[in-house]
Write a protein that binds this ligand. Structure first.
Ligand code: ZN
Length: 452
């Protein structure tokens, strides 16, 4: 049994002072409020549930900061993708595991406790399937086991290079399946995840660019439950391409041709009109916002204020992993809205609750839904998955309960996540993942090997 004592903790009822959290095995056995610490209790600052990271391509961590010079007259998502494809061609299973372990450790250090891996590098370098179709997925599962992060694996179905069933290009050969091959990938992925504590499986048709309507129908028949994620309307060129192909915008096309419901996560959905936004909000799907990646790639600004006004749902993803930090994602989400609207506290949709408090709660709920996982709560009977913030950091001096999240999101100069527990296992202390040194050493060796 472990007992954690927090000067304050975010419980389902709100922030409470002097909280004892009793952990037995993987579970929270009891929560006492207004309690003095007992001998043997671990003393901590501020306890709260961690954030789900609903959209990641872990391997892209290895190119962070390396595509930041203009090489064409127009530098945008598509020129970035050329860099990314070059990296994807070099990966092998051990390299993917090493890179993912670093990304996952940084996620935990940055306040994320579960990740949705939108995973599409499936085959060997020449496009030949591995003997185990889930060989690369197994590398992600191994990295999740090493780091302790919760994994929702989203194997990607990728078949076409563009709208109208264009054949895939040679640099997409590691990604592609037919629907039968994809069904085998799902079965193999399920076997792989069986070795992982609380691993979950979903499906991910890559985008309307990469999947024909027939294939999408066949995919939907494969599994009757679990999350469904799709990249959609990230780029204006993609919207134009969809209109040229179908006469409809991407979200409008999807809404008309699939039964989109609470299983779905529409990743990005940056370019939506009012009618599409109304449909997304009404159907219960989650919008997967990735503010730092969308800014880095010059995608555009999603009208998050209008989504919240319609009681729509969203979660946060680190996507390209150019920088991994939960608080900075939320900060940029709100700042993007402020710059576009020329107003302050745009996403404090509950009016006066506090912008950071509101978007943190929304992103926890939306992220859990999108990853097919229970919402983490500090209460008896829940899994012992929580994080603590260091209240000795200068940004926290003189904190009051209604300012804690705002100070973290808007005013901390460095990550102030102190400790992280995942299902009772403490994986981060003093802001550092317990396997950090070994993970970094392996990452360093791996990058050197890939560049040889
Ligand atoms: Zn993505």
């Amino acid at each position: 049994m472990t007992v954690l004592w927090f000067r304050a903790a975010l419980l389902p009822s709100g922030w409470s002072a002097r909280v004892r959290v009793v952990i037995r095995d993987r579970w929270i056995a009891a929560v006492e409020v207004g309690a003095a610490p007992a001998a043997g209790d671990e003393i901590h600052g501020l306890g709260l549930p961690g954030l789900p990271n609903l959209h990641s391509h872990a391997f892209q961590r290895a190119m962070a900061g390396q595509a930041e010079r203009r090489i064409a007259a127009q530098d945008n998502f598509w020129s970035w993708r050329t860099h990314m494809y070059a990296l994807a061609q070099t990966l092998d299973p051990p390299a993917l595991e090493a890179i993912a372990a670093l990304a996952f450790a940084e996620m935990l250090e940055g306040g994320f406790v579960r990740v949705g891996e939108f995973h599409y590098v499936h085959h060997d370098r020449d496009g030949t399937p591995y003997e185990d179709p889930a060989e690369m997925a197994a590398s992600l599962a191994a990295a999740a086991a090493t780091t302790g992060i919760g994994l929702t694996l989203l194997p990607v179905f990728y078949a076409n290079a563009g709208f109208g069933g264009l054949p895939p290009s040679s640099d997409q050969r590691r990604f592609v399946h037919d629907t039968d091959g994809y069904a085998r990938l799902l079965e193999a992925s399920e076997r792989t995840l069986a070795n992982l504590e609380d691993g979950r499986l979903g499906m991910a048709p890559h985008s309307l660019r990469a999947v024909t309507p027939d294939a999408l129908d066949r995919l939907m028949a494969l599994r009757s439950d679990g999350p469904i994620h799709i990249h959609i309307a990230e780029q204006t060129m993609e919207v134009d391409g969809c209109i040229a192909w179908s006469g409809q915008r991407p979200v409008a096309w999807l809404m008309e041709n699939q039964r989109v419901d609470a299983r779905w996560c529409l990743v990005h959905a940056t370019h939506v009109d009012a009618a599409e936004l109304a449909q997304i909000s009404a159907c219960g799907a989650v919008v997967g916002l990735c503010p730092m990646t969308e800014a880095n790639l010059g995608d555009g600004v999603f009208p998050a204020d209008e989504l919240l006004a319609r009681a729509g749902r969203f979660g946060i993803g680190s996507d390209s992993n150019v920088l991994i930090d939960a608080a900075q994602e939320l900060r940029l989400l709100e700042y993007g809205q402020r710059l576009a609207r020329r107003e302050r506290n745009v996403l404090d949709a509950a009016r006066g609750v506090g912008t950071a408090d509101h978007i943190y709660a929304q992103a926890c709920a939306g992220g859990a839904q999108a990853l097919g996982a229970p919402l983490d709560r500090i209460e008896a009977g829940a899994a012992a998955t929580l994080i603590s913030l260091d209240d000795r950091d200068p940004s926290m001096v003189g904190w009051t309960p209604d300012e804690i999240l705002a100070r973290w999101v808007f005013a901390s100069r460095k990550p102030i996540v102190d400790c992280v527990w995942r299902r009772g296992r403490k994986v981060v202390s003093g802001g550092r993942h317990h396997e950090r040194e070994a993970i970094i050493a392996r990452y360093r060796d791996t990058l050197a090997r890939l560049r040889e």
